[in-house]
Design a protein around this ligand. Structure first.
Ligand SMILES: [Mn+2]
Length: 370
């Protein structure tokens, strides 16, 4: 079991690599999309007006990917994954639009280049509305700012607000066409698009030695903005894996999103997914409540017993990487770093303790003086 730190594009620098090493991480999950280009993420997150503009994004080149790997390795870390394609790269794959075929060729090239550069996994979220509908508030311990869904008394963005033409995943990938119809998709059509996508791309990923890791829906709503959601129930993760039976058709297993889904026992599911060998990497975060009302919490105060999750992963011999995912912002001059350092320290302790105890049938260590 390995611990990593997720870094956004503007955070990919030697200072943050050193911070990750200091906090006990050995890996980095890199976001290369600039989600908030020209915008303040705090103001725009969840806003119907969208995040940033990715219309100028160009496919990440082999040189860019191998440069990232070299920089990260120079700091004593390794790249576990890149997380999310720029919407610009695959808007018409998601929307079944006229550029679909050329965008598929682009993604295939990107995956080949990632494999050649030594990047073993790419996380993706097959969604039109993306992450949407949250509110921000003092929902975590001590009034730390985090995000919630359906929080009573909060003013959330309208869940039925249509997605404007030229936007997907909250980002603008091209200028709007006047008079264009609002985007909509049925569950059947969305699953058909995912099926075509996986059938086309997984063989390429296999050959490139890359695992494609599917993130579940965040939030796991039935529908958002007139568009179906894909993995909003745990069993739909199984459906996704069944489309192509390959180790390259894997999961970006988000514990918070799984816990937010209605029903089910997260421990059984995590055991099953870990045993399948199809977990690309893990988003290690906690949450209180579940759909339709939940809030994101510090890693140690939510409904998931994270120590039990780590024991399960140890028992299933999970060799992959876990990253903190979102963390509440702590009240200080470095709220993001403090939140990550807290999560990473807690994760380190759980992993060290679980590994010291050995397989689960052994006795817990007595803390009483000898
Ligand atoms: Mn996640």
């Amino acid at each position: 079991m390995k611990i990593g730190l997720g870094l956004y594009r503007e955070q990919l620098n030697p200072d943050n690599y050193q911070f990750a090493v200091q906090a006990g991480a050995t890996h980095v999950v890199a976001h290369l999309t600039n989600y908030f280009a020209g915008k303040d993420p705090k103001i725009d997150s969840g806003d119907a007006g969208g995040w940033g503009d990715c219309s100028g994004d160009r496919l990440w080149s082999f040189e860019e990917l191998s440069g990232l790997v070299a920089d990260v390795r120079a700091s004593g870390l390794d790249v576990a994954a890149i997380e999310n394609f720029s919407p610009k790269f695959w808007s018409d794959i998601l929307l079944d639009g006229p550029e679909r075929a050329s965008q598929m060729e682009g993604l295939k090239q990107l995956i080949r280049d990632a494999g050649r550069a030594g990047i073993p996994c790419i996380g993706y979220n097959f969604s039109l509305a993306g992450v949407y509908g949250w509110t921000r508030g003092p929902y975590a311990r001590g009034g730390a700012e985090s995000v919630g869904f359906g929080v009573p008394g909060s003013t959330a963005p309208d869940p039925d607000a249509p997605i404007p033409d030229g936007m997907v995943w909250n980002m603008r990938y091209r200028p709007p066409v006047a008079g264009a119809a609002a985007i909509s998709v049925s569950p059947t059509d969305l699953w058909d698009r995912l099926t075509r996508f996986l059938q086309d791309i997984v063989p390429v990923a296999e050959e490139a030695g890359v695992v494609l890791g599917a993130h579940p829906d965040d939030p796991p709503a039935e529908e958002l903005r007139g568009t179906a959601r894909l993995v909003n129930r745990v069993e739909k993760y199984d459906r996704l894996m069944d489309i192509v039976d390959s180790p390259s058709n894997g999961l970006e297993l988000c514990l918070g999103s799984l816990q937010e889904m209605p029903g089910g026992d997260i421990y059984d599911h995590v055991r099953r997914f870990a045993r399948s060998g199809r977990v690309g990497y893990i988003h290690f975060r906690n949450v209180r409540g579940r759909m339709p009302h939940y809030v994101e919490t510090f890693v140690d105060e939510g409904d998931i017993d994270m120590a039990e999750i780590v024991r399960i992963l140890r028992d299933e011999n999970y060799q992959g990487v876990m990253v903190p995912d979102h963390t509440p912002a702590m009240t200080c001059g470095a709220s993001w770093h403090a939140g990550k350092a807290f999560a990473l320290g807690y994760m380190r302790a759980l992993v060290q303790n679980a590994e010291a105890l050995g397989p689960s049938r052994s006795q817990p260590i007595s803390l009483a003086p000898q």
